[in-house]
Design a protein around this ligand. Structure first.
Ligand code: SF4
Length: 241
C-alpha cells in the first residue's frame, strides 16, 4: 500500500502484544484517503497514536505557512480516521500525543485532555479516545537545542526539583524491554538511543533473556531518567500518576 504523498498518509503503530510482557511495535504506511485502505486499516490496526500541531503555534512567513499546512493535514487525517471508525468505535482507539515544544513540563494530562476534547469537537468535529502527555527527556536533539539557547541548566534543575517518587512503580523500564535490531537488550528506548544496554548477568543479548533474571536486574539509569520521574511522570502511555 504505497502512499502518494505526505498529505495522504499517516504512520501508525501496530501493537502486537506478544507473550511474555514484551511489546513489539511495527510501523505500517497506508493511504487512508482510499476507502479500501481505510477498511484494511480497520482490519489490521487496533490503536492509532497521532501527533497534532497546535493552532496557536502558527506564525507568519514561510515557516508559518508550512506549520499551517501541517496543521490542516493533521486535522484532515484525524477526520478521516474518525470516518474509518478510530476514536468512535470502542475497539478502534485513537490516541493523541502531546509533547511540550520547549523546556517545560507538560500540563496536567486529564485537564489537557478535557480541553483538547472540547476544542477539537467544537472546531472540527473530531473525536478521540484519550490524550497522553510525554515529557521531553534531556538528551539528543532536544538537549543540543537547549544548549544552543543556554536553557539546559534551567531544564535540568526543573526536572530534578520536580522528582516525584510516586512515578517509580510505573516507569517503562520496570515493565518493558527494548530489543535492538542486533538483539541487544536495553531497559528502554532512551537507553537504546544513548547506547546503554542492560547491565548485569547473564548477558545483554536477547538470547540470554531469562524472566527470573530480568525481573531482578539492576536498571541502567542516568541523569536523563529525571525526565521520566518529573511531575506526573512520563512514559509511552503518558503520565504515570
Ligand atoms: S529513561 Fe531511565 S527512568 Fe526512563 S524508562 Fe529509561 S531507564 Fe527508566
Amino acid at each position: 500500500m504505497a502512499p502518494r504523498d505526505r498529505t495522504d498518509q499517516t504512520r501508525v503503530a501496530k501493537d502486537l502484544r506478544p507473550e511474555p510482557d514484551v511489546e513489539e511495535d511495527k510501523e505500517v504506511e497506508v493511504d487512508i484517503k482510499k476507502p479500501e485502505e481505510g477498511a484494511a486499516l480497520r482490519e489490521t490496526v487496533e490503536d492509532v497514536a497521532a501527533e497534532v500541531k497546535a493552532e496557536r503555534d502558527l506564525e507568519g512567513g514561510e515557516r508559518g505557512k508550512r506549520k499551517a499546512q501541517s496543521h490542516a493535514e493533521s486535522v484532515a487525517v484525524l477526520k478521516r480516521l474518525n470516518e474509518v471508525g478510530y476514536g468512535i468505535d470502542e475497539e478502534l482507539k485513537l490516541d493523541l500525543v502531546f509533547n511540550p515544544l520547549g523546556p517545560v513540563l507538560p500540563p496536567a494530562q486529564s485537564e489537557l485532555e478535557d480541553t483538547y476534547r472540547r476544542e477539537l469537537k467544537a472546531r472540527y468535529g473530531i473525536e478521540f479516545t484519550r490524550l497522553i502527555t510525554i515529557t521531553n527527556l534531556p538528551l539528543g536533539r532536544f538537549l543540543d537545542d537547549m544548549r544552543r539557547k543556554d536553557e539546559d541548566a534551567r531544564y535540568w534543575r526543573l526536572v530534578k526539583e520536580s522528582f516525584n517518587a510516586q512515578t517509580i512503580e510505573g516507569l517503562m523500564c520496570r515493565h518493558q524491554l527494548h530489543v535492538g535490531f542486533d538483539g541487544t537488550m536495553y531497559d528502554c528506548d532512551f537507553n537504546y538511543a544513548l547506547g546503554m544496554p542492560v547491565a548485569g548477568e547473564p548477558g545483554t543479548h536477547i538470547r540470554d533473556f531469562a524472566p527470573e533474571t530480568f525481573v531482578r536486574r539492576c536498571i541502567a539509569v542516568g541523569e536523563h531518567c529525571y525526565g521520566c520521574t518529573a511531575g506526573q511522570g512520563s512514559s509511552c502511555a503518558g503520565a504515570l500518576v
